[in-house]
Design a protein around this ligand. Structure first.
Ligand code: GUN
Length: 708
């Protein structure tokens, strides 16, 4: 077998830091920096029982690409031989594993056996002395069946042990700070606040596992499991990875990751194998029940269920453990790909049909998204929606549950709060709208159906043109905006809606229900569109004004000022490609998703129009519908670099507007509010406040590029 090179240790100053590389709502692709390499999350830590190694750790590194694993320090501490070897040669040598080693503390043993013989300080010191990368403090396991008093004690006693544990960990070992609180959302929230803020001489917990959840998973109480996760996340600092303690079944990965879990651990791959059970992303199957493999793997090639049943128990356990690990790793890879592609929620939606318990949890989650509660769960849900990039390139598969997807909820909310009916019309008249024209029974691209609406507008200038889509009506001005223009499904999805009330209700959301309504099904344009420069110019301007308002939070009157003298260049397919004001090119609509790409000139105009104070962390901001183009304010030292086009890095930020949307344009300014650059934020304003590593804003252009 080919060996894989040992990992490079991280830079001294990066030790224990977590960076977010890519995100999809609450889900994130991250990197955790350790002395034994940089590990990519979401990841699985296979559990190694030092007394019973089904798959050798070295093989996990070489063959399975495992970057980090978890073992139990209490088991080693109890075993004289292992203990002395670990203390003399280090844990990496004991396990023969070059990657990052995480250890647990014995808390789980106290849950299973009632007590442990080691104290909180001793077990952390022991983990440190073995050279562990991330140890775990001795937390108090809060079982879901405990009384509230007992759970309150588990939360406070765990928090009380934080200080001694952080001190004992020393400078080199990172520490897990578990969150307890049973199924009480308020206790989970309190535990997160206490553990998230614990600090000794600048040292804080590096990772927060969600503890006490194993009994819930065993009983398939997934609704409560995800409720706990959301409640815990509300108050956790966003710069710490979240570990779902004891969760290693691939069935739970997509939904957990969609809600922000970064780390899993699994003994299941080996335990289930010993019991002749196979893990699949859709549940567990018994070897005895199989005639063929439902999911294949390298381990099972050229074998049949019958031939595996005929093997010795030892050989069978080994092969099934390999298979289980492969399947688990493959599902995680699939989830990471889904985060990169912006489809993790769709994957969770599909997987939710694998189990009635998971389905119950997912439906509960959708109810929360639809109507978030007042507590920490609702807070997490709202944050998840707000941090989802509303625009996606590529197709959006229509399904019955599409309207609950966080990015769809986000774009719908932006439309409802930030879109305004035009106040002036193509014939230069001003005043209120007089009617609504609804284009229906027609699929995108809608710009190929301009003749019908131009004909209508020429007769009735004060008309608001809307398009009926399977997820609600949208203004014609946003006709090329994803997800609407990328909805995919059979032709029937574009059939006109027969129920008048449904249309009225949907128009009511946008303040249009009082206007007379005309519904038409337009034909595709013939070769020549009626001569109508004024109408086409007006439509183009509406489109830019509406995108600036909806996506960039620029007040429609300011957006009108920005586009007052606007001219544009269209492509051969009749799409606007460049927008200029006077002689300056100020922005370009993005062809992939219909969003906006500013130029430095456009960014400078948008900045001049934003009168609110420069953002500063800790200061409250106005929360009107149009707070102006969002800005990130950076420290003086970074200005020369960012001004020349370098990205904004976490750790160099003084403030960020809370209405920043990852993926949508933002400006970078100095503390006086002067433009330094503009670009695309990768993280939310809260993450910008806490993270210390990685890119915060991918800069498109610096304002000082021409040597200013
Ligand atoms: N393993 C599974 N659950 C837990 C927990 O709550 N605490 C610790 N330390 N380990 C666990």
């Amino acid at each position: 077998m080919a060996t894989r090179p040992d990992p490079e240790p991280c830079r001294e100053q990066d030790l224990g830091l977590f960076e977010i590389i890519q995100r999809d709502g609450a889900a994130r692709i991250g990197k955790l920096h350790t002395k034994h390499g940089m590990v990519t999350t979401p990841m699985l830590l296979p559990v190694i029982n030092p007394n019973l190694r089904t798959i050798e750790p070295r093989e996990m590194w070489d063959k399975y690409g495992i970057e980090a694993l978890i073992t139990n320090s209490y088991v080693i501490w109890k075993h004289e031989d292992l203990k002395s070897q670990a203390l003399s040669n280090g844990i990496h040598s004991l396990l023969d594993f070059p990657g990052a080693v995480i250890t647990d503390s014995g808390t789980f043993q106290s849950y299973v056996y009632g007590d442990v013989e080691v104290g909180p300080e001793e077990i952390v010191s022991f983990q440190r002395d073995m050279g562990v990368d991330v140890g775990t403090m001795l937390d108090v396991f809060g079982r879901p069946d405990m009384s509230r008093d007992e759970l309150e004690h588990a939360v406070s006693e765990t928090a009380n042990r934080s200080e001694i544990s952080l001190s004992a960990a020393g400078p080199d070992m990172q520490l897990n700070g578990p969150i307890q609180g049973g199924t009480h959302a308020d206790l989970r929230d309190e535990s997160s606040l206490l553990m998230g803020s614990a600090e000794v001489d600048g040292k804080r917990f590096a990772i927060h596992p969600i503890g006490g959840i194993v009994p819930l998973m065993e009983q398939q109480r997934y609704k409560e499991l995800f409720e706990i996760l959301l409640a815990s996340k509300a108050s956790l600092p966003p710069d710490r990875p979240v570990h779902f303690f004891g969760c290693g079944h691939p069935l739970l990965f997509p939904m957990s990751i969609a809600l922000g879990v970064d780390i899993f651990d699994s003994a299941a791959y080996a335990i289930f194998a010993r019991d002749d059970r196979l893990l699949t992303p859709e549940g567990t199957v018994k070897l005895d029940d199989l005639e063929e493999w439902p999911f294949h793997s390298h381990a099972l090639y050229s074998k049949t269920p019958k031939s595996v049943r005929a093997m010795s128990h030892e050989d069978r356990s080994r092969i099934l453990a390999e298979h289980n690990l492969e399947v688990t790793q493959a599902e995680l890879a699939k989830c990471r790909e889904a985060v990169r592609k912006g489809t993790i929620w769709e994957l969770a939606e599909r997987r939710s049909h694998s189990s009635p318990y998971l389905r119950e949890a997912f439906v509960w989650l959708q109810d929360q998204l639809d109507d978030p509660d007042d507590g920490p769960v609702g807070e997490s849900v709202l944050r998840m929606i707000a941090s989802s990039n509303p625009l996606r390139s590529g197709g959006e598969q229509l399904g019955e549950e599409i309207e609950y997807r966080p990015h769809i909820l986000h774009i719908q909310a932006l439309l409802a709060t930030r879109w305004r009916v035009p106040g002036s019309w193509w014939d230069s008249s001003a005043g209120p709208a007089e009617r609504v024209l609804l284009l229906e029974g027609t699929s995108p691209p809608w710009r190929n159906k301009k003749s019908a609406l131009i004909e209508h507008l020429s007769r009735e200038p004060r008309t608001v043109v809307m398009i009926s889509t399977p997820i609600g009506p949208i203004p014609y001005s946003l006709e090329d905006l994803s997800p609407w223009c990328h909805l995919t499904g059979p032709d029937g999805i574009w059939q006109p809606i027969s129920d008048d009330h449904e249309i009225r209700d949907a128009l009511d959301e946008l303040g249009l229900s009082q206007l007379p309504l005309t519904r038409i099904t337009p034909e595709d344009d013939l070769d020549e569109i009626p001569d109508s420069e004024d109408i086409r110019d007006w439509l183009d301007r509406c489109s830019i004004v509406d995108k600036l308002s909806v996506l960039c939070s620029i007040h429609p009157l300011d957006a009108c000022k920005m586009t007052d003298e606007m001219t544009c260049r269209r492509s051969r397919t009749d799409r606007v490609v460049n927008v200029s004001s006077g002689d300056s090119h100020i922005l370009s609509p993005r062809l992939t998703d219909g969003g906006i790409s500013l130029t430095v000139e456009g960014a400078s105009i948008a900045n001049d129009l934003n009168a609110s104070p420069t953002p500063e962390f800790g200061k409250t901001e106005d929360d009107s519908d149009f707070s102006g183009i969002p800005r990130v304010c950076i420290v003086d030292d970074a200005i020369p670099f960012v001004g020349k086009g370098r990205n904004v890095m976490h750790g160099y930020i003084l403030g960020a507007d809370s209405h920043i949307i990852p993926g949508q344009p933002c400006l970078v300014v100095d503390s006086k509010g002067t433009l330094v650059a503009h670009g695309t934020p990768l993280t939310s304003h809260l993450e910008m406040q806490f993270l210390r590593k990685g890119i915060a804003v991918k800069v498109r252009d610096g304002a000082f590029k021409q040597g200013q």
